[in-house]
Design a protein around this ligand. Structure first.
Ligand SMILES: Cc1cc2nc3c(=O)[nH]c(=O)nc-3n(C[C@H](O)[C@H](O)[C@H](O)COP(=O)(O)OP(=O)(O)OC[C@H]3O[C@@H](n4cnc5c(N)ncnc54)[C@H](O)[C@@H]3O)c2cc1C
Length: 427
């Protein structure tokens, strides 16, 4: 049994702590804030009627291909059927055009969905089928320096606007011109052509039916405490120091340390510790970040606003920043509450909020904003040829989180995969 410190209580830190307990280690988890979940945490929001509702730091979606994250949720006692609303992959716009996959086995669902896409001509559909067949023949691999925009430059423009761009921004949180085609193809392969968790297809959209705290962190905390882990809340780690074969975390000795805090904070701790980790630090410093804004807004009419589907794609450009809207009333939240998501948006909070209110009005939805959450460094920019830092930092010092080397972009699945790998390496 080794004494292990986990620094950070987001999905990566919680996953790492669970794995370490399973391997028989003694675990202390340090979380700087008063809430577990990190970037995927819940948030209390005041409603117009004076009550409050638990919403999220940012609207999140999972897909059936997130097999490690879903398995972990189940392992700590989350009832996935209750916690998540499963939908076939749907990228429909408010006017009813776009793609919806039927609930059939892969790849039949993808094929039928492409052929049945509404608002697309035969040329659009054939163009997508030709490209999809080509990607499959090449094993969904491509040169690392290729961007998604270059990969899809010969694809029909309608397919690029209605499918590739929304998928790219949803999965990689990076616009197609700057996004890695290699990572995009990997996500496509796993979601459209790979299997999913249990009975679910890889492409299934899984929308949380409860706030993010109750989706996983609360269950993980209870599981960890029941299995002997110590969780210290409001405990920001200030300094790491090497002490022979051990590490001191703010003076307290541990046999190994797993850094599960965001990359910039991990780099601060590693640099100040004097660990010989120049190569690792250089890769962290080279990371760039993309923002995500979530605007929660309430319908202004007497009857609560209700969308035709819990999630819709939106046509977006510089003046219409939201790419997706979620009807939280259909997802266990207050009736009439919408969450507009604007990935990679750069304007000020007020400007963004005004633009989204105007964007909603053009769709016939008069709304009043309730709360806007902007995460400036929501995810690392998943750019072509990016060399991400590995899990090994120095002897006895490991890193995990959504940014470490791996096949996935910055997602809950990426965070959990990195954590499982790091905890396994330590063992
Ligand atoms: C708005 C938004 C929307 C997103 N949408 C999706 C989505 O739809 N699907 C998806 O899969 N992913 C989505 N993501 C990405 C996903 O949230 C992240 O990939 C994931 O939460 C990262 O988890 P992590 O544990 O690696 O890091 P974090 O969640 O950042 O956790 C790090 C933790 O470390 C703590 N910490 C920091 N410094 C210290 C310290 N010195 N000592 C102790 N603790 C410290 C922090 O407080 C935090 O709790 C979204 C992200 C955002 C912001």
């Amino acid at each position: 049994m080794r004494k292990v410190a986990v620094v950070g209580g987001g999905w990566a830190g919680l996953a790492a702590a669970v794995q370490c307990i399973r391997a028989g280690h003694q675990v202390t988890l340090f979380e700087a804030s008063r809430t577990l979940g990190g970037r995927a945490r819940s948030l209390e929001v005041a409603l117009p009627d004076g009550t409050t509702a638990m919403l999220d730091n940012g609207q999140h979606i999972l897909i059936g291909a997130y097999v490690q994250a879903l398995r972990l949720m189940e392992d700590v006692g989350v009832d996935l059927q209750q916690a998540l609303l499963r939908l076939p992959l749907t990228l429909r716009f408010p006017d009813g055009t776009g793609l919806r996959l039927p609930a059939w086995p892969a790849p039949l669902d993808a094929l039928t969905g492409m052929l049945g896409a509404r608002g697309w001509g035969w040329r659009d559909k054939l163009s997508l089928l030709r490209h999809a067949a080509g990607w499959q023949c090449r094993g969904f691999a491509c040169a690392p320096e290729l961007s998604v925009a270059v990969l899809c430059r010969d694809l029909a423009p309608r397919v690029v606007h209605d499918l590739v761009e929304p998928l790219c921004v949803a999965a990689l949180n990076t616009p197609a011109e700057r996004a890695s085609a290699q990572v995009f193809l990997r996500v496509l392969r796993d979601s459209l052509f790979g299997g999913g968790h249990g009975q679910w297809a890889g492409s299934n959209l899984l929308l949380p039916r409860r706030d993010l705290g109750r989706l996983f962190p609360d269950a993980a905390r209870d599981w960890l405490r029941a299995h002997g882990a110590e969780i210290r809340m409001g405990a920001r780690v200030h300094a790491l120091m090497r002490d022979g074969a051990q590490w001191r975390v703010d003076g307290e000795p541990f046999d190994a340390v797993l850094l599960a805090c965001p990359p910039w904070e991990a780099a601060r701790l590693v640099e100040a510790s004097g660990a010989p980790a120049d190569g690792w630090l250089a890769r962290v410093r080279a990371l760039d970040y993309e923002p995500i804004a979530t605007v929660y807004a309430m319908g202004r009419q007497a009857l609560p606003l209700s969308l035709p589907s819990p999630m819709l794609s939106l046509r977006s450009d510089a003046r219409r920043p939201a790419q997706f809207v979620f009807d939280r009333g259909q997802l266990g939240g207050p009736a009439g509450l919408l969450a507009f998501v604007a990935s990679a948006s750069r304007g000020s909070l007020e400007e963004l909020q005004d633009q989204i209110v105007a964007q909603a009005a053009t769709l016939g939805w008069p709304v009043t904003p309730l709360r806007t959450v902007v995460e400036k460094r929501a995810t690392f920019a998943c750019t072509p040829g990016l060399l991400r830092p590995g899990i090994a930092v120095a002897p006895g010092l490991w890193a995990c989180g959504d940014y470490v080397e791996g096949p996935y972009p910055a997602t809950l699945e990426g965070a959990v995969r990195g954590a499982i790998e790091a905890a396994g390496a330590l063992t």
